[in-house]
Design a protein around this ligand. Structure first.
Ligand code: NAD
Length: 352
């Protein structure tokens, strides 16, 4: 073992968690001093946006329900017109990473705060990272101004999250924690949060097998998502997030499914090179973390290979080249041969 050494800067965090906590949203917004907010959602969650606006009453100055994956600039421009028209002094984003991403883009442009009400386990609400897509190119950056000023976690809102997406979104959360555990800028606090986050997600998922609307399981999952999202916001991500970013961006793959497929392979590649991550995941997931993850996802009909997502075998070389093109932190050196083998296996779904 080595002597302890770390830097740790806490992110500002104002969180309310609990079934039914959406009911106190108006009080939270009033406490922040906001008087006229725009409520954001995807088209699929427009009913929920209406419900949120109903709770806010006259504080809700408008509703915009066209949030989309990858935060296209055209959508941001359209929402921006509503923001200026109604002179919004804040955004309330209710939904997954796509909707919260739109709130962040508006926070970035107008320096107005976002309040997030997450309904998936993606964790964007806990990070100062924004993304924007223009002409098919996604740009991302970090800015304190986009970190939501208040987050309301109400597990009741996740009861409608389809089972498949609950599993892949949970895996997406675990991936944040796993990479935080071997991040170059990890610290003891983050390692505790990461381990507990993984434990909570792994405890919550099997409960959905009994009943999809099990509130105890749903609470565990959202609680885990909070912890894992916090880890994502506080540390530098490595090979796993890099590969998922390249795969998602190059082939327009679904976000959480891609994470779900790739994670076991990156774990296989990296785990032995990070004894502290291995120990933490051993406690959270059992002696064989890779097998446990595969078991957790196997109970549902979620894609388990890149081939199933429509990636062509001949396209793997593009990914290898892109992943080697720019250097990034990783506990084990990323070699061309190692990467090719990892991607081959993720493509075919081979394990063990
Ligand atoms: P998503 O926000 O794209 O949601 C997918 C679909 O599920 C949408 O139609 C949405 O309306 C629906 N949905 C969400 N919650 C639901 C619920 N409870 N019940 C029924 N339907 C529901 O998916 P996501 O995985 O949450 O987010 C992915 C996006 O977020 C990606 O673009 C990713 O890059 C981004 N992201 C960003 C960060 C960050 O820190 N900036 C972190 C994580 C993810």
């Amino acid at each position: 073992s080595t002597p302890i050494t770390f830097d740790y800067i806490a992110q500002p965090m104002d969180v309310s968690f609990g079934a039914g906590s959406l009911g106190q949203l108006r009080e939270h917004i009033e406490k922040l001093g906001l008087t006229r907010v725009i409520v954001l959602s995807t088209p699929e969650q427009a009913d929920l946006a209406e419900r949120v606006a109903g709770i806010l009453g006259d504080i809700a100055g408008g509703i915009f329900t066209k949030a989309r994956m990858h935060v296209p600039i055209e959508i941001v421009d359209e929402a921006a017109a509503v923001v200026t028209d109604m002179q919004a002094d804040g955004c309330v984003a209710v939904g997954g990473g796509s909707t919260i991403g739109l709130g962040k883009a508006l926070s970035l442009r107008y320096r107005i705060p976002t309040v997030a009400i997450p309904t998936t386990y993606a964790g964007s609400e806990m990070t100062p990272v924004w993304g924007l897509t223009e002409n098919n190119v996604k740009t991302t950056g970090r800015d304190r101004a986009v970190l939501p000023v208040k987050v309301v976690y109400d597990p009741e809102l996740t009861l409608t999250l389809p089972l498949g997406m609950s599993v892949t979104s949970g895996m997406n959360a675990i991936a944040h924690a796993v990479e935080a555990l071997w991040a170059p800028d990890r610290s003891p606090m983050i390692e505790l949060m990461a381990e507990e986050g993984v434990r909570a997600i792994a405890a919550g998922l099997p409960r959905l097998r009994e009943t999809a609307d099990d509130l105890v399981g749903r609470s565990e999952l959202l609680y885990g998502a909070w912890l894992c999202g916090s880890c994502l916001g506080a540390t530098t991500m490595s090979l796993h997030h890099k590969l998922c970013h390249i795969l998602g961006g190059t082939f327009n793959l679904p976000h959480s499914e891609t994470h779900t497929i790739v994670l076991p392979y990156v774990l296989e590649y990296n785990l032995a090179s990070s004894p502290s991550a291995q120990a933490a995941l051993g406690r959270a997931l059992g002696a064989d973390p890779v097998a446990r993850l595969v078991e957790l996802r196997a109970a549902w009909d979620v894609p388990s290979s890149l081939e199933q997502l429509g990636v062509k075998h001949e396209d793997l070389e593009t990914v290898v080249a892109a992943a080697l093109a720019s250097p990034y932190a990783n506990p084990r050196p990323v070699t061309e041969a190692g990467l090719r083998d990892l991607l081959e296996r993720a493509w075919s779904g081979a394990l063990g």
